[in-house]
Each structure stands twice: as structure tokens, then as C-alpha cells.
Design a protein around this ligand. Structure first.
Ligand code: HEC
Ligand code: HEC
Length: 165
């Protein structure tokens, strides 16, 4: 066979393989499994609460969170400057695109964003967040069994006190 045709065919095969992989990954993301592939982030930002997926807030929100670690929701979460820069850069590079601002200010909480309020309207309306096992909507792992690994797929949801439908 013509070696050029052969090479083209091989290239086409790789293109298809790459497209299939990309598709498999986006299907995965559509299932709400997020990559938390930064060790410093998981260690430093996953000790008091789950390491929230960077995709769930836009870059301006992450910038605001990372710029205020000294007074972080009532606690001091400040970091060494080099570690802070590394984590901030990774969060912004992997940030989501959904808007998260109110009255011109970036929201600091995933749990305050419009998409989150909509997705969790039943839990919010029924005060599920106040259940003693949940305590706060920021406590994602109370209901999302895979939250530690960044997995928020529907299969892993178990709401303490039962789901309200
Ligand atoms: C010393 C403990 C501590 C550390 C370390 C910490 N946080 Fe927090 N964080 C908190 C507390 C407390 C809250 C508020 C939780 C609540 O409302 O129930 C919070 C809330 C948040 C929220 C809002 C959650 C929501 O959607 O309501 C984000 C985002 C967040 N932290 C990001 C980070 C990032 C990024 C880091 C690492 C740089 C970090 N945190 C490290 C204690 C910490
Ligand atoms: C009180 C329980 C509870 C808490 C706390 C909670 N969730 Fe949820 N979450 C749910 C339920 C219930 C659903 C809806 C699942 C469904 O029917 O698709 C949901 C849906 C989601 C979805 C969409 C999943 C899908 O398949 O459509 C995401 C993403 C999500 N939650 C992220 C979070 C994050 C991030 C946090 C923490 C900041 C959090 N949740 C806290 C109960 C909770």
C-alpha cells in the first residue's frame, strides 16, 4: 500500500481515538465528576472542608477567595506566598464560566451562586442544610458521597433525613 495513504489513515485513526477520548471525558464531566489534580490544593484547601471543584466558581470568584485568606469565612486560612500563588493560578486556570456575581461583586461561595441555588432549591426550601448531619450547604460531603473525590453525580447523592421531592 502507498505509504502516504497509510500514514494518513493512521493519522485519521488517531484523530478518531482522540475525539472518542475527549467525548468520554466530557460525558464524564457532564456526570458531574470533576478533576482535583493538584496536590497542594487538596492538602491546603481540603482540610477544613472538601476541596471544592475549581469548575464550580468563575476565575474572579477564586481570585477574591484567594485574595482574602487571612479572613476566610471567620477563620485564618492564609498560606505561604509561593503555595498561595500556585493554588490561585491552578484554580483560575481550571475555573468555570458560569457567572457568579451579585450587585457587581464576585460571590465567594459556590453555595450562593444562581445555578447552585436552582439545583438545590428543594434542599434550601426544606431547610435540609440545617439537618444536624449537614449543618451547612457548604458541607457538600454530607449529601454527595463522592465529594471528597470531586464526584457530584446523581448516583452518589444521599440526603440525611431523606430527599424531598
Ligand atoms: C482553617 C480552615 C479552612 C481552610 C484551611 C480553608 N477553608 Fe475554605 N472555608 C472554611 C470555612 C469555616 C468556611 C465556611 C463553611 C460554612 O459556611 O459552612 C469555608 C468556605 C469556603 C468556600 C465557600 C463554600 C460555599 O460554597 O459555601 C470556599 C469557596 C472556600 N472555603 C475555599 C477555600 C480555599 C480555596 C481554601 C484554600 C486556599 C480554603 N477554603 C481553605 C474554612 C477553611
Ligand atoms: C443537603 C444536601 C446537599 C448538600 C449539602 C449539597 N448538595 Fe449538591 N445536590 C443535592 C441534591 C439532592 C441534588 C440533586 C440531585 C439530582 O436530583 O440530580 C444536588 C445536585 C448537585 C449538583 C448537580 C448534579 C447533577 O447530577 O445534576 C452539583 C454539581 C452539586 N449538587 C454540587 C454541590 C456542591 C459543590 C455542594 C457543596 C458546596 C453541594 N452540592 C451541597 C444535595 C446536596
Amino acid at each position: 500500500m502507498n505509504p502516504i495513504r497509510n500514514a494518513l489513515r493512521l493519522a485519521a485513526m488517531y484523530a478518531i481515538a482522540a475525539a472518542t477520548t475527549a467525548h468520554a471525558f466530557s460525558a464524564h464531566a457532564g456526570d458531574h465528576a470533576y478533576r482535583l489534580d493538584n496536590a497542594a490544593y487538596r492538602q491546603e484547601c481540603g482540610s477544613c472542608h472538601v476541596a471544592y471543584p475549581p469548575q464550580l466558581l468563575p476565575a474572579p470568584s477564586w481570585r477574591a477567595v484567594m485574595g482574602g485568606l487571612g479572613a476566610h469565612f471567620g477563620v485564618d486560612a492564609s498560606l505561604e506566598p509561593a503555595v498561595q500563588r500556585e493554588i490561585a493560578a491552578w484554580l483560575e486556570a481550571n475555573a468555570g464560566r458560569r457567572d457568579a456575581a451579585a450587585a457587581g461583586k464576585s460571590l465567594l461561595r459556590v453555595s450562593s451562586t444562581p445555578w447552585f441555588r436552582k439545583e438545590h432549591r428543594r434542599e434550601i426550601a426544606s431547610d435540609k442544610a440545617l439537618h444536624p448531619e449537614v449543618k451547612s450547604l457548604a458541607n457538600c460531603g454530607a449529601c454527595h458521597q463522592g465529594a471528597e473525590q470531586g464526584n457530584y453525580s446523581e448516583r452518589g447523592v444521599r440526603v440525611p433525613g431523606g430527599r424531598t421531592r
